[in-house]
Design a protein around this ligand. Structure first.
Ligand code: HEC
Length: 115
């Protein structure tokens, strides 16, 4: 991926992280009940939208995540996390999530429809 894509991504990443803080603050109160699992998945996956497009639909050269097989997404994220696959940025990102969180994120994106 060209360096310029990464640079244009960073301000959006920061904006997303700030927005994420607001979302977490707003949702912390009612993160119980049936929707708690879905909310957790959304919060964990929100960061990914910055680069992989809204709802993981893909953005420029960055691949779409929506509607992909959960097992494939898990395997790729684990490979980035463990360093058996090298990317420009995904290694650092994947290391920030536990194995259980990777499973939640992969299942979430697999459930989203590819437009
Ligand atoms: C800062 C931008 C950025 C963010 C944030 C980001 N990604 Fe990525 N992602 C990339 C890029 C760029 C690649 C291509 C591999 C590389 O260069 O690291 C990629 C590749 C991937 C791939 C491999 C896709 C394929 O077809 O091989 C998966 C899976 C993935 N990302 C999942 C995620 C998930 C899940 C999140 C959120 C936890 C996330 N990414 C957050 C930029 C990002």
């Amino acid at each position: 991926m060209p360096e310029s894509n990464l640079l244009t991504c960073l301000p959006r990443l920061l904006a997303t992280l700030m927005l994420c803080g607001v979302v977490i603050a707003v949702q912390a109160d009612d993160a119980t009940g049936d929707n708690a699992g879905l909310r957790r998945a959304q919060m964990l996956s929100f960061n990914c939208f910055t680069c992989h497009g809204p709802e993981g639909q893909g953005s420029g050269e960055i691949p779409a995540l929506a509607g992909r097989a959960a097992d494939e997404l898990k395997a790729r994220l684990q490979a980035y996390k463990r360093g058996t696959k090298q990317g420009t940025i995904m290694n650092r990102i994947a290391r920030g999530y536990s194995d259980a969180e990777i499973d939640i994120i992969a299942d979430y994106f697999a459930e989203l429809e590819r437009e």
